[in-house]
Design a protein around this ligand. Sequence first.
Ligand SMILES: NC(=O)c1ccc[n+]([C@@H]2O[C@H](COP(=O)([O-])OP(=O)(O)OC[C@H]3O[C@@H](n4cnc5c(N)ncnc54)[C@H](OP(=O)(O)O)[C@@H]3O)[C@@H](O)[C@H]2O)c1
Length: 324
Amino acid sequence: MKAVELNGFEGLSSLQVVDVEQPTPGANEVLLEVKAAGLNFAEIEMTKGKYPAGKKLPFVMGFEAAGVVVDAGAQAKNVKVGDRVTAIVSSGGYAEYATADAGFAIPIPDGVSFAEATTIPIHGVAAYALLKLAAKPQPNESLLIQAAGGGVGLYLVQLAKILGVKKVIALASSTEKTDLVTSLGVDVAINYSHANWADQVREATDGKGVDVVLEAASGDVGAESFKLAAPFGRIVMFGAKNIHDTISSAQIRQLVYQNQSLVGFNIPTQRAEQIADCIPDLLTWIAQGKLKLFANSSFALADVKAAFEALSSRRTIGKVVLIP
Ligand SMILES: NC(=O)c1ccc[n+]([C@@H]2O[C@H](COP(=O)([O-])OP(=O)(O)OC[C@H]3O[C@@H](n4cnc5c(N)ncnc54)[C@H](OP(=O)(O)O)[C@@H]3O)[C@@H](O)[C@H]2O)c1
């Protein structure tokens, strides 16, 4: 079968379309004929050796895929051949076929395309689990979301409003993205490519600062976002770039004197039940039309480098997918 392998850590030049053997499902696994595979920001970092790959080179890339079940192991429960599912995969999603633990296979709701479905297992689950387990915003609080037009960002803005957060402040780098998140119900949308964006955030909170800062940007935006936290606020770090950050003594002083908390978040793979807990609510809100899915950028498997360039260019909105 055709697949995209990573064969080094030199960036996009290390991505190669190759012929590899089709994977075989284990006893608890299903085999998917992949119809769409989703890109994740962390994978840009992975191609440069800046995000743990967890596998030996060369390997087939891709954390997630949506497709049709074409085979199932003897002990695979609740899934049968012919089902449309989306899942975190075990064998690599950028391929014509991929295996996934049957326990991670999420049924694709009616009316949801394979491309849209790729947003659920990582972007959807990460956003919802981050809010429920780490950020825990209260209805009367304000919440700051960076890259709000991105894959996780579009889930965060919608889920925050579904959970009743009073003031959702969304940051994005273009008018197209700020207009979109405004149409999704955010209270304040700010273009953070403008130099005074942090002042605009302060104004939006009447100078009090933000109760919950969701920080994935790192760099200058990360440092400014950190400063925007209100007394007793929480700063939740969850970005692929954050894993290389250091915390300064000025930031520690801020945490101490402002009674703030710094919280880390990653999809809780060590607690599979917490991932599973997120799925029913997400599927209900999708079925009710409260949660819209965005996957407008599709590329053929052979055009994987163009897909990564599009995601890196900051022009894409929502999920970028590969179609085998
Ligand atoms: N901890 C977890 O479990 C978990 C899971 C999934 C994702 N994440 C994190 O969530 C964040 C979003 O991930 P995603 O997969 O949804 O990606 P994404 O937001 O769709 O990534 C693309 C967007 O990121 C923004 N961006 C900011 N700096 C960028 C840069 N240097 N290069 C490219 N884009 C940049 C751009 O939006 P603007 O132009 O509007 O800034 C761009 O459109 C990432 O930091 C990722 O590591 C964490």
